[in-house]
Design a protein around this ligand. Structure first.
Ligand SMILES: Cc1cc2nc3c(=O)[nH]c(=O)nc-3n(C[C@H](O)[C@H](O)[C@H](O)COP(=O)(O)OP(=O)(O)OC[C@H]3O[C@@H](n4cnc5c(N)ncnc54)[C@H](O)[C@@H]3O)c2cc1C
Length: 464
């Protein structure tokens, strides 16, 4: 029996458990997976938190991970999450369609759907893989050499100890396991910070769902940064939902360059009113009259928005290795980076890569799998990808004229040529790895700069 402990039931921890469970028939030995989550069961948590929820899109890399499980999760996402059809840019008044399959929703929507699928897959009692979920259970310490893990239940100060062959830290950006491994000198981290801060705005007036298409991400403005999208408007306990029949809520992630709170409600209103957008009618045709975003914000939401906390979302943490002894890092715990539409996608793909590497090792080893060598292979395979994704995420800096001009120029060149130039856009394409997306973007941008300079030189020579 191989025992695997997973710390964290976020997207990466749940997908790994699901990967192992759904490939159960291929495992040559029994595998016992225990998931420890310090928060409440997803079915009892609020699906969204107006202070920090915004729309997450699952695209290329996430799609690849979901397909690595077989068809069940994909069908569930089709039913329970909102389809993603592209980005509408109000700066150029154009919809940039997304041709592959994708979905959007809040982290709560995504985790609830993953958990629904996990529970549906747990019905085969003879399966080689068993999964046990401990909610309200915080892991406080891990010994990467012995594989012993210490955890505590909520309202119970007692330490519980359990040993595992492998401990997976899927415990998010502030990972306890990563900090512990770093403190023990088992790995080093490289931290970087850009001035990207976020505050959430809820568009709650004038029925925005009927006017602002929920299957699109809405890039309202680059300065101030304002990108919105839909999540499902459901009660925390609602499990069996059909997204098509479910009301949607629209949240906007507003980007700032500092933590500073608004001095008063009028300043907050000023920011929202500075964003003018062309209005769409209910058939999504552009209406010539334009409105500002305040048109979609009630007075009470404006008050809440003005007082809402601002989060520093510009932090990047890269690790020198993703494993040490019997411990391995996954998702945001492995590599954390600013939101650029890839946090959940990279978390899901990393989990499928780890699941696949574990399966290969257990299939290869007739007796006594070498899980240490196995997680080293995962680290060698996934770390360069995760680091490339972090580099892509650092290409978007709110409030930077250079970053904004670059995004606008890349958008214009894409419109003219029909090919993507921005690394963040190429990262949504399932044909490319993150390393390829970064490399292609650098090559195309270098060519574009070269062509523009050559044209400028020809013009100068022709006229003077
Ligand atoms: C509450 C929350 C809301 C978010 N909302 C958005 C969003 O709207 N849009 C977006 O793009 N990104 C959002 N993110 C970030 C994005 O979701 C992440 O990139 C993605 O979720 C990474 O998945 P993960 O599984 O690696 O980590 P996480 O989603 O962070 O999950 C880690 C899990 O581990 C649990 N955990 C942590 N420490 C312990 C411990 N010691 N013991 C037991 N359990 C532990 C946490 O409670 C959490 O459930 C959010 C993250 C969080 C935590």
């Amino acid at each position: 029996m191989t025992k695997i402990g997973i710390i964290g039931a976020g997207p990466s921890g749940l997908l790994l458990a699901l990967y192992l469970l759904q490939h159960s028939g291929r495992f040559p030995c029994r595998v016992a997976v225990t998931v420890f989550e310090r928060e409440e069961n997803h079915f009892r948590q609020e699906r969204s938190n107006p202070d920090r929820s915004y729309t997450i899109d699952i695209t290329g890399h996430g799609l690849r991970a979901i397909r690595s499980l077989g068809g069940n999760l994909e069908s569930r996402f089709d039913k329970e999450l909102i389809p993603f059809r592209g980005i509408h840019s109000y700066t150029i008044n154009k919809t940039l369609p997304y041709s592959e399959k994708g979905w959007t929703g809040s982290r709560g929507d995504i985790c609830s759907s993953l958990l629904n699928e996990l529970e549906a897959s747990l019905t085969d009692l003879d399966a080689a893989v068993e999964v046990l979920l401990h909610w309200n259970s915080e892991v406080t310490s891990v010994d990467p050499n012995s594989g012993e893990l210490i955890w505590q239940r909520e309202h119970d100060a007692a330490d519980h100890r359990e040993s595992f062959d492998l401990i997976v830290g899927a415990d998010g950006g502030g990972s306890m396991l990563r900090r512990q491994l770093e403190a023990q000198g088992r790995l080093t981290t490289h931290k970087k910070s850009i001035p990207n801060y976020s505050r959430i705005l809820h568009l709650d007036k004038n029925v925005p769902n009927k006017v602002l298409e929920p299957t699109l991400l809405h890039s309202f403005s680059l300065e101030p940064w304002a990108v919105g999208g839909a999540i499902l408007d459901v009660e925390s306990s609602q499990r069996d939902i059909e997204q098509a029949d479910t009301a949607k809520k629209l949240y906007v992630q507003m980007g700032y360059t500092n933590y500073r709170p608004y001095e008063d409600v009028a300043s907050a209103a000023g920011t929202i009113e500075s964003i003018r957008i062309a209005r769409h009618d209910t058939a999504h045709r552009v209406d010539e009259r334009s409105v500002d975003l305040r048109h979609y914000v009630s007075d009470s939401e404006l008050l809440s928005f003005a007082e809402r906390p601002v989060y520093h979302t510009g932090k990047t943490v890269k690790c020198s290795s993703l494993c040490a002894g019997r411990a391995v890092l996954l998702g945001d715990a492995a590599t954390a980076f600013p939101p650029v539409g890839q946090g959940v996608n990279a978390a899901l793909e990393g989990a499928s890569v780890l699941g696949e590497t574990l399966l290969e090792e257990l299939l290869r080893a007739e007796s006594g799998a070498d899980l240490g060598a196995c997680v080293q292979r995962y680290s060698d395979r996934w770390l360069p990808e995760a680091n490339a994704c972090a580099d892509i995420a650092n290409t978007v800096v709110y409030g930077s004229t250079l970053s904004r001009s670059k995004l606008l120029l890349q958008g214009a060149l894409s419109e003219l040529s029909g090919i993507d130039f921005a690394a963040a856009q190429l990262a949504k394409d399932s044909r490319y790895t993150y390393l390829e997306a970064l490399r292609i973007s650098r090559i195309r941008n270098a060519w574009a700069i070269g062509i523009v300079m050559a044209l400028a030189t020809i013009l100068l020579v022709a006229f003077f």
